[in-house]
Structure formats: C-alpha cells, structure tokens
Design a protein around this ligand. Structure first.
Ligand SMILES: Nc1nc2c(ncn2[C@@H]2O[C@H](COP(=O)(O)OP(=O)(O)OP(=O)(O)O)[C@@H](O)[C@H]2O)c(=O)[nH]1
Length: 409
C-alpha cells in the first residue's frame, strides 16, 4: 500500500514538475507572441491597422469587404476544384502503374465517381461569389466528398496490402491545397477540425489498434502541424487582401472611406432598406484655401484630420462617412428624416466651430467653420439627383454667408 502511495506521489510530483515549466513557457510564448503579432497587425503609420479580431472572423469585416473577399475566394475555389478534378482523375495513371489489378479495378472507378461529384461545384462557384452561405456550403460539400474518397480508398486496403504513399498523404495534400483560400482563422479552424476528425475516425474505424500503438497520435500530430501551416498561410492572405482593400477604399489622411466605396455603401443602404428614409449631409470647410495659404499645408492636413475625428464622435458607428473631395465630407444617416439630419449637421457645425485646431508646428491655434447641405432620400430616389440637390443646398449655405446648415429645396 505504502509502495503504491509512494509511486503515485512520485508520478504526481514528476507530472507537476513537468507541467509547471511547460505551462509557464506556454504562457510566456503566448503572451509575447500575441503582443508581437498585435504590433505586427498595427504597423501602418496611422496606427489604425488590422485588428486581431479581423483575422479571427469575417463578422468583423465590412459588408463591402466581405463581398470583395468572397469574390476572390470564389475564383480560387474554382481553380482548386479544377485542379482536384484533373488531379484525382489523372492519378489513375499512377494507380495503374503502382497498384495490383484488384485494387486498381476498384480505385479507378472511385476516382472517376469522385471527380464527377466535384464537377457541379464548378458552375456553383459562380454563385459563391454572390453569397457567403453558398461559399461555405460548397466548401463543406467539397470536404465531404474528398473525405469520403479518403475513407473508401483506405478501406480498399483493409486486406493488409501496403498503402501507397499517395493515399496516406492525401489529407495532408488536401490541407496544403486549402491554404490558397484567404479564410479567417475561425473558418480555417473549422475546416481543420473537420479534416482531422474525419481522418482520425477513418483510421480508427479501419484499425482500432492504431489508438494503442501510437499510430493515431502520430497522425494527429502531423495533421495539426499541417493545419497550423494552412491557417497561417490563409491568415497571411487575408491580411494582404485586407491591406489592399483598405489602400484602395480609404483616404490615407483621414482614414475615412473614399468616394467610390461611399457610393457603393449608399446604393446598398438604399436597396436593403425599402420604405426607410435616409439623410445625406454634404460638408465643406469654409475658406480652407486661406488656411493652407496662411498657415501652411501641414495645418490644412491637421484640420482635415480633426474634422474627420469630430465627424466620428458626433455621428457614431451607424453613420457612413466619407471624404468626398479635397475639403468636402459626406455623411449618410440611414433611417433618419430631414429634420433629424439637419439637427445632426447643426451639432457637427457647432462642435467644429467650438474646437480650435492647434498648429502642429506649435504656431497657435485657429477656429475652423464649415457649411452643410442636407437632403432626404427614399429607397426609390435617384441617387445622382440627390447628390446634386445636396450640392446645391451646400452652395446656398456658402452664399448665405458660410458657417451654416441648409436643407435641400
Ligand atoms: N492641406 C490640404 N489641402 C487640400 C487637400 N485637398 C484639397 N486641399 C485644398 O483645399 C482648397 C480648397 O479651396 P476652395 O475649393 O477654393 O474652397 P475654400 O477656400 O474652402 O472656399 P469655400 O469653399 O468657398 O469656402 C484648395 O486650396 C486645395 O489645395 C489636402 O488633402 N490637404
């Protein structure tokens, strides 16, 4: 009894001795890794780079970027399916060379059936680019077909014939191919869990000894390594895509969206909210040329950044804001009437007027004012006409002495 207790104590002691440094090391690596990763994510000069959550899930991406990414994924997905169909069917030649006739007779048919099952995904990939659900349905269908192919082909070797390397390596090959898709980490993890779970279940089903003799653990380890590599490459591609997207849709000075993206968002809000009014506010800084001429372009830039920040403070996350032109800003307020829009515009006007901007060169501060034109739209409004009306209202505000808000006639 005492011996058993002594052994248990020794075992627990050894495990604790082992666990404490491992836990501490893991914590250290995770903390420093996350900090380094985060600083890497925030490496653009405005300090407003990508956030970790944007790598994690696409629910943190804007609607427009989701569409852009899905379009990109759909093209890669189409190429992936084409390669898989050609590869799976073309491998028949290798099988003919390496397999005995009995296995070959079964496997060439399975390969052709798998290729045929993947073929409908080619036209479907055109639908994927329109809808995220279609994309995931197609991806899981693809995985399902390939994992069944893996199961059936391994099952055909249950008689003890050595399994050719091409069949053993198939799940790793699949994970490598899937790394071409720019998926967020959450989706990549789901894919990895599905592949790992199915492959291990297949292995265990075909040979239950694989659990006790360590073969399953060996397989699990390698699958995890390949999955991590896949997720890493996918996240890298997602980052590249997000960077390019931001560069092409954001104003580099104020980080507000540019006119092209704003117009897309405006069309989207109009289509998706039938029966709901929305307000457009067009702002223009007063006598901005004079600020540039008297205080320099650096001061002009500072004013633009400060006004953009004030826009964010006043209108909040529900508003869609853009730098529309040089010193012009546009705000779209979904679900608001003209009166509400006028009140918001007035609040902004007062806020900008009451917050003097300091010269970045330390040369005192100046008061900035702005003028605004406000117009209300409906789901069936002509957008170009609305923009013209906002522009005319702004022009009226300028004619009325500037530093005021004017509703469209
Ligand atoms: N500093 C800086 N100036 C800019 C930028 N973009 C445009 N501008 C300047 O903005 C000024 C716009 O001047 P105008 O269109 O004459 O308008 P304004 O002086 O504001 O006069 P009103 O609109 O009639 O009140 C021009 O001098 C442009 O060079 C920018 O990114 N930075």
């Amino acid at each position: 009894m005492a011996k058993i207790r002594w052994r248990t104590g020794t075992a627990l002691g050894s495990v604790s001795l082992f666990l404490i440094p491992v836990t501490a090391a893991t914590r250290f690596v995770m903390t420093t890794g996350c900090t380094a990763f985060h600083s890497l994510c925030l490496n653009n000069k405005e300090g407003k780079g990508l956030e970790l959550k944007e790598y994690w899930s696409d629910s943190y991406h804007s609607g427009d970027f989701k569409l852009t990414r899905i379009g990109f994924v759909a093209i890669r997905f189409r190429w992936l399916i084409t390669l898989l169909i050609i590869g799976i069917a073309g491998w028949i030649a290798v099988d003919w060379w390496v397999l005995d006739p009995a296995h070959f007779q079964l496997l060439w048919k399975i390969r052709l059936i798998t290729g045929a099952m993947l073929t409908p995904l080619l036209p479907l990939s055109y639908l994927c680019k329109l809808n995220r659900r279609w994309m995931f349905a197609s991806l899981y269908f693809l995985l399902g077909v390939l994992l069944i192919f893996n199961l059936v082909s391994l099952w055909s070797f249950r008689d003890g014939t050595p399994i050719p390397i091409g069949y053993i390596a198939f799940p790793y090959f699949l994970l490598t191919l899937l790394s071409v898709l720019p998926l967020p980490v959450k989706s990549g993890l789901r894919v990895a869990v599905m592949v790992i779970g199915c492959v291990l279940a297949t292995d265990y089903w075909l040979d239950s000894r694989s659990l006790s003799n360590g073969a399953l653990l060996d397989r699990l380890w390698l699958l995890i390594c390949f999955s991590l590599a896949m997720i890493w490459v996918q996240a890298g591609q997602l980052r590249m895509l997000l960077d390019l997207y931001r560069e092409s849709t954001r104003d580099p000075l104020t980080r507000l969206m540019n006119r092209r993206l704003f117009m897309g968002q405006l069309r989207q809000v109009q289509q998706e909210n039938p029966g709901q009014p929305f307000t457009l506010i067009l702002f223009d800084l007063d006598r901005f040329k004079r600020i540039n001429d008297v205080h320099g372009h650096l001061m002009g830039d500072e004013v633009l950044v400060r006004v953009a920040n004030t826009l964010g403070d006043i209108f909040g996350p529900d508003a869609i804001m853009a730098r529309y032109g040089g010193e012009e800003f546009m705000v779209l307020l979904p679900g608001t009437t003209l009166e509400q829009g006028m009140r918001k515009a007035e609040t902004l006007r007062l806020a900008v007027e009451s917050q003097p901007v300091e010269n970045p060169l330390g040369d005192g501060e100046i008061t900035v004012t702005l003028s605004a034109g406000v117009v209300q739209g409906q789901h069936d409004s002509d957008l170009q006409q609305l923009l013209n009306q906002a522009d005319e209202a702004l022009y009226d505000a300028k004619r009325n002495g500037r530093n005021c808000v004017q509703a469209a006639a």
